[in-house]
Design a protein around this ligand. Structure first.
Ligand SMILES: *Cc1c(COP(=O)(O)O)cnc(C)c1O
Length: 235
């Protein structure tokens, strides 16, 4: 049986190879190891072979694991939909929040960050595909939305995030490309500090690398299939 450590190392090797083929450096691509529904011990295993960023989609589950793993210098990322009433806990726990999917949430996070005396790093989530089941700013409103979020105190907008529809990886390409184009436009906004393009999951990360992803969010390719029921975007 292949261990989690090997899965992680094989994944990193595949990322490096895919990046090189695309004319990119493998070490400019980060992996957020998505640890929802996996045990803290499993997180330790991948930490031992080099993983440093972990992604959770539920605040409570993240807080529990974070305290169980407080001896490890891990960076915790929130990747799932966040309810406004949990912003205080989120600001305490996460170094990067990928899932800022609506302006009122950004405003609430800005207030919480200022109260905590923190500059909260965030990504703006964009619903590029327009699927009704997906969270995120609609594409047509995204650039104005990014400007509005950038104007808030207490937040630092580091980049953009999207989730492509699940299906043939090649189908994801146009969505990733569109997010990349929006990213380039947003980088032109005066004062912009955008450097992060969070796109690509187990199923479609190779295409995401080819389209310019700087941060992949990967669970299944390391830990195997878990309960698909709350796989995405819940909180
Ligand atoms: C679960 C999840 C991932 C990881 O998906 P895998 O297919 O398990 O790699 C990435 N991003 C988000 C937002 C998720 O909810």
């Amino acid at each position: 049986m292949i261990s989690l450590e090997e899965n992680y190392l094989n994944l990193r090797a595949d990322i490096a190879q895919t990046a090189e083929k695309a004319g990119r450096a493998g070490d400019e691509i980060g992996v957020v190891v998505v640890t929802k529904q996996v045990t803290s011990e499993a997180v330790r295993s991948v930490y031992r072979v080099g993983a440093t960023m972990v992604g959770e989609n539920r605040v409570q589950e993240a807080l529990r694991k974070r305290s169980e793993l407080s001896d490890l210098p891990l960076e915790w990322h929130l990747i799932g939909h966040l309810q406004t009433n949990k912003v205080k806990q989120a600001v305490e726990a996460f170094s990067l929040i990928h899932s800022v999917d609506r302006l009122p949430l950004a405003e609430a996070l800005a207030v919480a960050a200022q109260k905590a005396g923190k500059v909260q790093e965030i990504l703006v989530q964009v619903n590029v595909s327009g699927e009704a089941s997906k969270f995120g700013l609609p594409l047509a409103e995204a650039l104005d939305g990014i400007r509005a979020v950038m104007a808030l105190p207490g937040l630092s907008v580091k980049g953009l995030m999207t989730i492509a529809p699940y299906g043939e990886p090649e189908e994801a390409r146009r969505h990733f490309r569109r997010l990349r184009e929006l990213f380039e436009e947003a980088r032109e906004i005066p004062g912009s500090e955008l450097t992060v393009l969070s796109m690509g999951m187990s199923n479609d990360y190779r295409v995401a690398i080819e389209e310019g992803a700087t941060l992949l969010r990967i669970g299944t390719a390391i830990f195997g299939e878990r309960n698909k029921q709350n796989l995405e975007e819940e909180c």
